[in-house]
Design a protein around this ligand. Sequence first.
Ligand code: HEM
Length: 458
Amino acid sequence: MIELSHTEPAYKPIPKDVRYHPLGHIIDFKKDVLASMRQMAQKHPELVQLRVGPKRLIMVQHPELVREVLVKRAAEFPKAAPFRGTLSKALGNGLVPSDGKFHAGQRKMMQSLFHHKRMEAYSRVMTTYTADLLKEWERNPNRDLHNDMMRLTMFIVSKTLFNADKRTMAKDAQRAADAIANNQIWIEKEFWLGFKMPDWVPTRGNRQFKKNNQTLQEILMPIIEQRMRTNIDHGDLLTTLINARNDAGRPMPKQQIFDEVNNLFSAGHETTANTLIWTFYLLGQNRHVAQKLTNEIDQVLQGRRPTMADLDQLPYAAMVLKESMRLFPAVWSLAYREVQRDTTVGDYRFPKGSWIVISPYALHRQESYFPNPEAFKPERFHPTRAGNIPRYAYLPFGAGPRVCIGAQFAMIEAQLILIQLLQTFNFEIVPGQSIIPRPLITISPENGLNIKVTRRSQ
Ligand code: HEM
């Protein structure tokens, strides 16, 4: 028993989940990180201390503690340096890995691209490109949904943010998707090392990062260079980046422009694609929900193409997507914030050097906030009931100064795509597939999702 002098504050100890193996929880995580985090969260609903190799990891669960870390005191808990180092092998010094004042400045500059008033124009691209996909569904009813959603969301983000049309992107879509997917695999692999492998060491991972980066440069750089040459103002991301000047009046270096484009390109399509794939999966398992959704769509739209203005009249579509992102939040783990100095969070002492992890996947399955958590129930998000969910218990887009910059874009996009597809087609999940969630940076069904579509009679 430790005697506390009257000047020493009485902190609550962080509950520990002890592993005696030198690798600590890595073994559990390697086996099944989702199940393992879920169990930890159930056993320790506020927070728990784990160990990843020599590293102390604090898994924070309680919504008030989440708010302290991500929102109120976010500057005290930046993304951990080795983790940012590994991220930057794939994403350079773009918005996702960058930090501090530089991050804040870049983010402020790019924020205007996601202003509500721009969404109207973006939404027209979304519905036009989805209409093109409907034609493909007409021609071939056997669909690899992973492929369809990845291509569609990639075309949308490219057209809306840097005016690269579908024809330009189509020839490279597969290479780009492969490079991004491969980067995720190597980020995950390197993370388990617990430190950033220096770039100059010719490991297999470093060679892969280099190759993927080269592929993305080959695809995106010509678009950037052409715009720099012509300097036509499309009022999009590229125009914003090219016209930006720092305090000394200097333009942004070309490599930084590439990094920002690459960050939005990489972060801005696969997340939405996976959200849609999981939504189809859940609707396939819950036909009564799919039926209720199509009833709403038919009633409101009477067969016409949806617009952004219609979304207010289609609340069930938003509820379905929110519930899908509860069960399968594309970014299943908000990794890894570093404790910079000994401090207290809530009543707990957080030692300097610890890493903090917050897992939306585990948090979203906590019985106390989401009764019967495994059940797919969009009604949880009915406007009259959603108030029962504590603000920081539901984090599909993160929170605070690093909240997803594309959250509104993604919600509008996912709603419009879902509505338009279900308005025209019924679908069934091809039987006999094993649907296994694969948690890399994003969570996707390991073997994709095959569906068969049939045109609905209106
Ligand atoms: C359903 C789709 C999406 C989901 C679930 C999602 C989720 C998230 C989450 C959870 C974060 C915060 C990560 C953290 O705090 O560690 C984030 C950050 C980010 N997202 Fe999204 N996202 C989606 C769509 C998009 C789109 C469409 C774009 C851009 C067009 C985008 C661009 C970004 C960027 C650039 C960041 C980093 C922001 C920063 O650190 O300042 N995301 N996203």
